[in-house]
Design a protein around this ligand. Structure first.
Ligand SMILES: *Cc1c(COP(=O)(O)O)cnc(C)c1O
Length: 374
């Protein structure tokens, strides 16, 4: 016999988040295998993960880190950025893109974005900068071949763009940069729970990155078998073998993940065509969008946000601009200094985009967005 009232009791719809990891049994098995072994911290699995990152990006070197933020910090330090240096980044990014300059004592400065791509405009980078942190917003690669006024140090913040490609190679190949930083946070293209990496083609930067990750330690077995020196001020920014095993397992699925993200983007484009939702730009011919985010623009964003939440859809806003944060108030950017960033920020809404979404899930988001903006 049924419980009273059970017939009209509705199961609440599955919560759809703007981003989520896709972890399956093979990932779990890979992690458990490490836990059963005798090496948990940075070891052979990290080496294997770095090898897989090298292969995926075609860069000569890859160094794994404990987070994307650690990776950016290490890149700034490895390049010798510091006191007196001015390092620019886009104002429409996560705070870590600017924090990496501050961590090494350099001064961050902010650039406006292209109103269409929401990436900084490489042709508009001003003269006289020491460093640039170029963010591939949402996973759409910046065309760094267009970079005018190349600063001494160019770091790509590719935390959104692992698996994205340009006509000259995968993001991370460092064709037009010194180093590229990635994040493996759960909402990013692949995950190690927390984790990051830097790729480079420069052997000196490679050695600096490795030392910085491990307290600045240099081993000198020619002195004594146990002897090591701390030759610079480093950190413990190591990734564990447990996490790296997850990374190796995940990286094998990268092209499938990026393919599914592109399929979902195509479904959104068809489904939202003719609605009042402004779609993000697609990648040009010959490029692959990573689609870490699907950031649409809507009028009355707060109302649309609340409407979606009421439908079990959890959007997010990327990003509260860097200069809106109290910690960066002293950079001196006012409400009229970065007009394209301010205009985009008023309307941006990241709607669900991750490989585990079903076609029905995507249709649900399309229906809710269309109704909310009708
Ligand atoms: C996620 C992210 C970071 C930081 O990565 P963590 O792994 O979370 O430390 C840096 N920059 C951008 C653009 C990001 O999206």
């Amino acid at each position: 016999m049924r419980e009273e009232g059970s017939e009209d009791r509705e199961t609440p719809p599955r919560k759809l988040s703007y981003g989520a990891q896709a972890v399956d049994q093979s990932d779990i098995d890979a992690v458990v295998e490490i836990l059963r072994g005798d090496w948990l911290t940075q070891g052979p699995a990290v080496t294997a993960f770095e090898e897989a990152i090298r292969e995926a990006t075609t860069a000569r070197y890859a160094v794994a880190f404990s987070s994307g933020t650690a990776a950016l910090h290490a890149a700034a330090a490895a390049a010798g950025l510091g006191q007196g240096d001015v390092v620019a980044t886009s104002a429409l990014t996560f705070s870590a893109s600017a924090a990496c300059a501050r961590y090494v004592g350099a001064t961050p400065t902010l650039l406006d974005v292209d109103p269409e791509t929401l990436n900084l405009d490489p042709a508009a980078v001003p003269d006289g900068l020491d460093g640039l942190v170029a963010v591939h917003y949402a996973g759409l690669p910046i065309d760094l071949a267009q970079l005018k006024n190349r600063p001494r140090v160019v770091i790509e913040d590719a935390c959104h763009a692992f698996g994205a490609t340009t006509p000259t190679g995968p993001v991370g190949s460092c064709e037009h940069s010194d180093m590229t930083a990635f994040s493996f946070h759960p909402v990013k293209p692949i995950t190690t729970c927390e984790g990051g990496a830097v790729t480079t083609n420069d052997p000196v930067l490679f050695e600096n990155l490795r030392q910085f990750r491990n307290h600045g330690i240099v081993r000198r077995p020619e002195v004594d078998p146990w002897y090591y020196e701390v030759s610079s001020l480093g950190f413990n920014y190591r990734l564990s073998d447990v996490q790296a095993a997850l990374g190796v397992s995940q990286i094998g699925k990268l092209s499938r993940f990026i393919g599914r993200r592109n399929e979902i983007a195509a479904t959104y484009r068809r489904g939202l065509d003719g609605s009042n939702v402004t779609l993000p730009p697609a990648a040009p011919q010959g490029w692959t969008h990573g689609y870490h985010l699907f950031a649409v623009r809507v009028p009355e964003r707060r109302r649309v946000f609340d409407f979606l939440v009421g439908r079990g859809i959890v959007p997010q806003v990327h990003y509260v601009p860097i200069h809106h944060h109290p910690v960066y108030a002293d950079l001196g950017f006012g409400p009229t200094d970065l007009p394209n960033v301010e205009a985009a920020y008023r309307q941006l809404l990241s709607v669900p985009m991750h490989p585990s979404l079903t076609d029905d899930d995507v249709d649900r988001v399309i229906a809710a967005l269309t109704e909310a903006t009708a």
